[in-house]
Ligand binder design. Structure first.
Ligand SMILES: [Mg+2]
Length: 334
């Protein structure tokens, strides 16, 4: 065992979490998630659940998490609807007229920060705020397009092009954004990951000094953390896996990796460079005869993640090398 004084919960004062693929997977909590978060809380670590989904109310997210056995209050949930309307409140006068192109949950957030909700471009809104809605009427896209063409500032909760369901992928907020974009010569102001406002709003809410963001996607979660210079951990219980990690562009590389939230109470995984490659714990990834060679591959996901972390660092420094044979050896990591 490595010595235990450099666990993630020893190094950070707040754990900020993506939801799908990190805390839950479809209808179930990810294994160990409730216990790991409770253990972090007992150490005084603040926990916040951060979601790009603007369609669900924070209270509905909190109810959902509690139904999965996860401790959560409504104020522990930060949504992109809250982040975009908070940003609008800083940029627009109180009481300004706003057209909502999204759910009632988004309209409620806009009302809470003092805007007057209008239903048509003919009401001369100063802004359009758009977020994912699974039941939007097409007419609402027309209203948004008309308003934006007449000078309303366009705000967007997030840009995720699609969202996973148990039947497969369906169009998401980014697809609905594209509908409006097809008709206007404007670009929206965006709150959700990977853009900074959502994580900035979370840090402000929590009041933390040294947070870490935990996510399952490199292009939203990890890039989002990097965009606000926040530490990050990629977990392997969701969308992205080892192949994505080793080929990640520089702005999508996490600070560390862990299999799931149980990694919070384990020593943080760090890689060190050597003359011929990289090490992590007992694992080595190096270049031998122009090829990648890994050692330390043992049974056990933690040992394999050590190898992967050394290997990822080697691949990022040497993108010309082919890691596929080494990755195949890591049969316990998706
Ligand atoms: Mg996710």
């Amino acid at each position: 065992m490595r010595k235990v004084n450099n666990r993630i919960i020893d190094l950070h004062d707040a754990v900020l979490l993506d939801l799908d693929g990190v805390v839950y997977l479809g209808p179930q909590a990810v294994g160990g998630a409730p216990e790991s978060l409770d253990a972090a809380r007992r150490k005084g670590i603040q926990i916040a659940f951060v979601t790009n989904n603007a369609a669900r109310r924070p209270s509905a997210v909190a109810d959902h998490l509690r139904s999965l056995g996860i401790t959560c209050q409504e104020m522990d949930v930060v949504t992109s609807a809250q982040a975009i309307t908070a940003l609008m409140a800083r940029q627009l006068a109180k009481g300004s007229k706003v057209l909502v192109c999204g759910t009632d949950a988004l309209a409620e957030e806009a009302t809470k920060v003092g805007f007057t909700i209008v239903e048509s471009f003919t009401d001369e809104p100063v802004a359009v705020v758009q977020g994912y809605s699974p039941s939007i009427n097409w007419q609402r896209f027309d209203e948004a397009a008309h308003a934006i063409q007449r000078g309303a500032v366009w705000y967007m909760s997030n840009t995720d092009p699609n969202r996973p369901t148990n039947l497969g992928m369906v169009p998401g907020a980014g697809a609905q954004m594209a509908v409006v974009a097809a008709a206007v010569d404007a670009k929206p102001v965006i709150a959700g990951k990977p853009f900074p406002p959502l994580l900035e709003a979370t840090v402000e809410r929590v009041g933390c000094q040294a947070p870490i963001f935990i996510g399952d996607r490199l292009d939203t979660d990890i890039e989002g953390a990097n965009n606000v210079s926040m530490a990050s951990m990629l977990v392997f219980t969701g969308a992205h896996g080892k192949y994505d990690l080793v080929s990640a562009p520089v702005h999508q590389r996490p600070t560390t990796i862990g299999f799931d939230l149980m990694s919070l109470s384990q020593p943080i995984r760090r890689a060190n460079t050597t003359d011929t490659g990289w090490t992590c714990g007992a694992a080595i990834a190096r270049i031998v005869g122009g090829k990648i060679e890994v050692s330390g591959v043992e049974d056990g996901v933690d040992a394999q993640l050590d190898v992967l972390w050394a290997l990822a660092n080697l691949c990022w420094a040497h993108p010309e090398l082919d890691p596929s044979a080494a990755l195949e050896e890591l049969d316990m990591v998706p």
